[in-house]
Design a protein around this ligand. Structure first.
Ligand SMILES: NC(=O)c1ccc[n+]([C@@H]2O[C@H](COP(=O)([O-])OP(=O)(O)OC[C@H]3O[C@@H](n4cnc5c(N)ncnc54)[C@H](OP(=O)(O)O)[C@@H]3O)[C@@H](O)[C@H]2O)c1
Length: 216
């Protein structure tokens, strides 16, 4: 498959790009800083320069998804950003890619969401703008005609992946998961038709990634 990874220089996305390339996919990595292009190319992807907040669906965003079979949204405004960028990036960037994917006939869209995106008001006040934005982006994707999968991890860590996770629509607990295992879950979900039309949470757990997703 030809896969666009948005936010390709991100800490989870770089692991995902490498996993997808290893699995034989052709990857286009979208970044917003010129200095990040060489790293993305070194990871094995074609690198494209697009700022998802500044560019338009009928311009560079559309061009970036054209010709792809799938989009993975793994970008994000980041922990240090304020409420305005939660709106323009965490919601707006993801939403633009949904519209662009529909316009360009990209069938599949996988969203890197977050635990708590279904219940922002029940979470810590500081997290609410972020979780509201993530929840609205998920809603936008669900209302699209795309074959979507929404994956909601807990707190991301840079620890070594264990290759074992728990996955369920609702896990009923909060916790952590290494970015490497999140990347592995996306790589498996991309090739798993049973995950289409599903929203589910993932955390470090006991079950091999493929088996955990087969059980959804
Ligand atoms: N951190 C957590 O515990 C946690 C938990 C659950 C879900 N998530 C979600 O998981 C995803 C990945 O998290 P992460 O920590 O691996 O990400 P990350 O390292 O912060 O990477 C995010 C990437 O998005 C890029 N980006 C920001 N604004 C952009 C724009 N306007 N156009 C294009 N790219 C842009 C950033 O580029 P720059 O380098 O240029 O800023 C960065 O490379 C995010 O969607 C996040 O919301 C995070």
């Amino acid at each position: 498959m030809k896969v666009l990874v948005a936010g390709a220089h991100g800490n989870t996305a770089r692991r995902l790009v490498r996993a997808l390339v290893k699995n034989g996919h052709e990857v286009r990595g979208l970044v917003r800083k010129e200095g990040q292009l060489p790293d993305v190319e070194a990871d094995g992807a074609e690198a494209v320069l697009v700022d998802l907040e500044a560019e338009e669906v009928d311009g560079a965003v559309g061009e970036a998804v054209a010709g792809c079979d799938a989009v993975v949204f793994a970008a994000g405004a980041g922990a240090g950003s304020g409420a305005a960028r939660k709106e323009t990036m965490d919601y707006g960037g993801a939403a633009k890619l949904v519209e662009a994917a529909e316009k360009k006939g990209v069938g599949r869209y996988l969203m890197l969401s977050s635990m708590g995106a279904d219940d922002p008001e029940g979470r810590d006040e500081a997290m609410r703008p972020y979780l509201r934005a993530k929840g609205r982006a998920d809603e936008k994707l669900r209302e699209s005609g795309l074959e979507w999968t929404i994956i909601r991890p807990g707190r991301l860590t840079d620890g070594e992946g264990a290759g074992r996770i728990d996955a369920a629509e609702s896990l009923g607990r909060y916790g952590e998961i290494p970015r490497e295992d999140v990347a592995a879950a996306f790589a498996v979900a991309l090739e798993s038709p049973n995950t289409v039309g599903k929203t589910f949470e993932i955390l470090s757990g006991e079950t091999p990634v493929r088996e955990a997703l087969e059980g959804l």
